[in-house]
Design a protein. Structure first.
Length: 478
């Protein structure tokens, strides 16, 4: 199959609109400026703190308050860290049961030997703002040959597994080889190690149990330098931005077991650019959106689907940026997802995005402050659910009771249900007519017959007038 030329793609996909209703503001103006901050995370433990990862090896923690003026060092892994090129401390993820087990995971590049390391640490039991450096447990290591294309993003999915993005280490053919972990998105089970490893292979992984010597950790492949990916907690979709070579940057969904193209393709174009290619037998997944290297664009920074309260114009849209020229866009996953809508032309080096526990979205600049999004007009079309929304679940994880906060635009029949990870309905928390406004409901961890359910991952779903409007993950810890 011959693909369109680059010029055709530019005509089709790079028409952009501008969202004048959304602005950006410094989120924490009283904090010191950051030094190469490449990750913003929250712990999901109900403490309303944010954690910022600096590439040189430090993780800082602070209260999620616009007036905050102090931060403290949570962890320092700078000793032995490789900082050349695109190496360093690259990722941070908190265990879904962090509130009880205090486990968190980091991804970094070590310098002796040169390797990517995914390791588990434990937070201090007496001081929640401090990690125990000596608690490190290496989970998986991947040898590296160079200093570029490392990926290094890690995040837990709605299924409770740890996902890891790895670049192809400067060797494009690694991305297509199923015998190496490079150029891939991995999925591993950190709670059930086996086979002499510090992790297990989820049985539903696409290459689990294969007889061909293919790496069973692989979830998806065909990536160059995935920077970064994120999980939409409402849908479970994994969004990923892959940095291109010379011509195209791309964003799209991570699809299980599928080939995402590199180096057979760059964006939606054959690679090398301008050459015909036959992709019929490769079953390549094309990105949802691409943009070219024009106007200073050259390196995509992956973001998040916006689920926060401060900029409802963005609600449900995927927000991302270009690191080089500072343009920030969103795409609408449901309506013409190939169209990029310009939010701001900032001229900032946007290094990373991250959300807090309420879904509020922030982005960091490489040597500067952290910003947040706000609505600047009230008379514009908004993408907030027109009939209702499942706003939050807390505490999460929970032990005895989980409170679900939801809102209705008008009086409607509201149904709140809880499902297990297999999709089986466990409980119906609410099923009645509810007036317009904000409401709460409580699940006590029991099923429809009053039986206590085991610890684990569950999902609550709100349906309003027969239409599902939101899903949230809940973790129960006994």
């Amino acid at each position: 199959m011959t693909r369109p030329t680059a010029y055709t793609i530019a005509t089709l996909l790079l028409s952009t609109g501008t969202s004048h209703a959304v602005g950006i503001d410094p989120a924490f103006p009283n904090l010191p400026l950051w030094d190469s901050p490449i990750n913003i995370e929250h712990a999901g433990d109900g403490t309303d703190r944010l954690f910022v990862v600096e590439r040189a090896g430090q993780i800082y923690v602070f209260t999620n308050d616009p007036a905050v003026s102090q931060r403290s060092q949570f962890l320092d892994v700078s000793a032995g860290l490789e900082l050349n090129g695109e190496c360093g401390l690259l990722g941070l993820a908190f265990h879904p049961n962090y509130e009880s087990n205090r486990f968190f995971y980091v991804c970094y590049v070590d310098n002796s030997p040169l390797q990517t390391v995914i390791a588990r640490f434990t937070a201090n039991g007496a001081n929640p703002n401090l990690a125990d450096l000596g608690s490190q447990v290496p989970i998986i290591t991947i040898s590296q040959n160079g200093f570029y294309h490392k990926g290094g993003c890690i995040e837990f999915g709605n299924d409770g597994y740890l996902y890891v993005s790895l670049g192809e280490d400067g060797t494009p053919n690694n991305a297509q080889s199923l015998t190496t972990l490079k150029g891939k998105v991995l999925r591993i089970d950190v709670d059930n190690p086996g086979g002499g490893l510090q992790y297990g292979i989820p049985p539903s992984n696409p290459f689990a149990g294969n007889p061909n010597g293919w790496r069973r950790e692989i979830y998806a492949y065909g990536y160059r330098n995935p920077w970064r990916f994120s999980n939409d907690p409402d849908t479970g979709d994994l969004w990923l931005a892959d940095v291109g070579q010379n011509t195209w940057e791309e964003v799209g969904l991570v699809l299980k077991g599928r080939n995402h193209g590199w180096p057979k393709m760059e964006g939606r174009a054959c690679y090398p650019i301008g050459q015909p290619c036959d992709t019929l037998n490769l079953d390549i997944v094309l990105p949802l959106a691409v943009y070219g290297h024009s106007g200073g664009s050259a390196s995509v920074t992956g973001g998040n689907v916006y689920r926060g309260p401060s900029a409802p114009t963005l609600y449900g849209n995927y927000v991302f940026a270009d690191y080089i020229n500072g343009r920030i866009w969103y795409i609408d996953p449901d309506v013409n997802p190939g169209t990029l809508h310009l939010i701001e032309d900032t001229s900032l080096n946007v290094a990373a995005f991250g959300a807090d526990a309420e879904g509020e979205l922030y982005f960091s600049t490489f040597n500067g402050p952290i910003y947040r999004f706000t609505d600047t007009a009230s008379d514009v079309p908004r993408r907030t659910p027109s009939i209702g929304a499942l706003r939050a679940v807390h505490p999460n994880p929970f032990h005895a009771n989980a409170t679900m906060e939801f809102s209705l635009a008008k009086a409607s029949r509201a149904v709140l249900e809880v499902f297990d990870v297999r999709g089986k309905r466990v409980a119906k928390v609410l099923d009645r007519n509810v007036p317009a406004g904000d409401h709460t409901a409580v699940w006590d961890g029991r099923d429809v017959d009053g039986r206590a359910q085991p610890s684990g991952v569950y999902f609550c779903r709100l349906t309003v007038g027969g239409t599902p409007v939101g899903t949230r993950r809940i973790v129960m810890v006994k």
